[in-house]
Write a protein that binds this ligand. Structure first.
Ligand SMILES: [Zn+2]
Length: 348
């Protein structure tokens, strides 16, 4: 069979695998495949069966990542790895991650159907726990491979089952004791190439009218998960000049960050600002209360470490600049905290 025909012939296989992982994670309006839990485990099982049906050799590493290897008769070079992750966020999209793993299975099936024997092994890799929602730490499978698990990671607890990461890895067939040795499971020098097909999380391809593109870089991030702005609780009867309104300070900070974002983009430095949480305290906020407390999260993304360092400095400048006029900073560690003396609007 010609290669293009062989590729087209894999459509039913690819569709059935995508449908299969969707059924495992069905959680309307999206899908939920919890990492090292039922959802991810069952998806790994399904992909393993599909790979074995193609004659691929399955193995599980100490991080419970699944490897499916199509062994070349006379391998001449380090393998090509095709992979991604099979977990999802809560009510996420079916294609995120899964499409990359299933693309690998589809590619192997097409090459086999075309009668092509590769000169090197092709390995499909299903990595564990890419999403940070399950243990408060992302990329766990990849970190296991390269011995990059941070201190204490194995004691983190699963958001749903409450089991530790070590227990969850062991239950999924991994070996947490091996991971705590702190040495890589794979030698990067022994990997010929790594390919990951991934769904675009934006409509830029649609906008450009092209079906696929090559990603030139992945952004890194700088996170302040728990920014707290503190002002002073008051009643709506308090005139503007007396207020220390933490909610307005949060809005002010956010708009300053958007200005920074637009300026950086205009200067040819792509980045992103995401404020995922943004709220007054839910247990006591009300229609007529001026809030003395405000909470928000901040995720800044950029494409190189030096840019992220520069952005953090600019963020500090924004906060310090507002300080004379409004909020002041107590510190920016993991538990970022902003104190509010006066919201800048009150002195403007
Ligand atoms: Zn993904």
């Amino acid at each position: 069979m010609k290669l293009d025909e062989a590729i087209a012939a894999q459509k039913p296989l690819v569709q059935s695998l995508l449908d299969g992982v969707a059924a495992i994670g069905a959680d309307p309006p999206g899908i939920t495949r919890d990492a090292y839990g039922r959802g991810e485990n069952e998806a790994h099982h399904l992909i393993r069966q599909a790979g074995e049906a193609l004659g691929m050799q399955a193995s599980i590493d100490a991080g419970a990542n699944l490897s499916l290897r199509w062994t070349a008769e006379k391998p001449e070079a380090p393998p090509i790895i095709i992979g991604s992750h099979l977990d999802s966020i809560v009510q996420g999209g079916n294609f995120d991650g899964a499409a990359g793993v299933i693309a690998g299975i589809g590619a192997v099936a097409a090459l086999r159907a075309a009668g092509i024997t590769p000169h090197r092994d092709i390995e499909v890799l299903a990595l564990r726990c890419e999403e940070a929602v399950w243990f408060g730490l992302g990329l766990i499978g990849s970190r296991c491979l390269l011995a990059r698990l941070p201190q204490g990671a194995l004691e983190l607890r699963h958001a749903r089952t409450g089991k530790t990461l070590a227990e969850s890895i062991a239950a999924a067939g991994g070996d947490p004791a091996r991971l705590s040795q702190g040495t890589p499971l794979r030698d990067p020098a022994a990997i010929g190439a790594y390919l990951e097909a991934h769904i675009e999380q934006a409509p830029q391809l649609i906008e450009a009218g092209v079906p696929i593109a090559i990603c030139l870089a992945n952004p890194g991030n700088l996170r302040h998960p728990f920014i707290r702005i503190t002002g002073e609780d008051a009643h709506t009867g308090l005139p503007h000049r007396f207020r220390r309104d933490a909610a307005l300070a949060g809005a002010d900070l956010s708009l300053c960050l958007e200005q920074l974002w637009l300026a950086e983009e205009a200067a040819g430095r792509p980045m992103a600002v995401t404020i995922g949480r943004f709220h007054t305290p839910v247990e006591r906020h009300s229609l007529t209360a001026v809030s003395g407390d405000f909470e928000m999260s901040l995720d800044l993304r950029a494409y190189d470490a030096a840019h992220l360092v520069a952005l953090e400095a600019k963020l500090q400048d924004i906060v310090a600049g507002a300080r004379a006029d409004g909020p002041f900073v107590d510190g920016w560690s993991g538990q970022s905290r902003l104190g509010l003396r006066h919201h800048r609007c009150t002195t403007a």
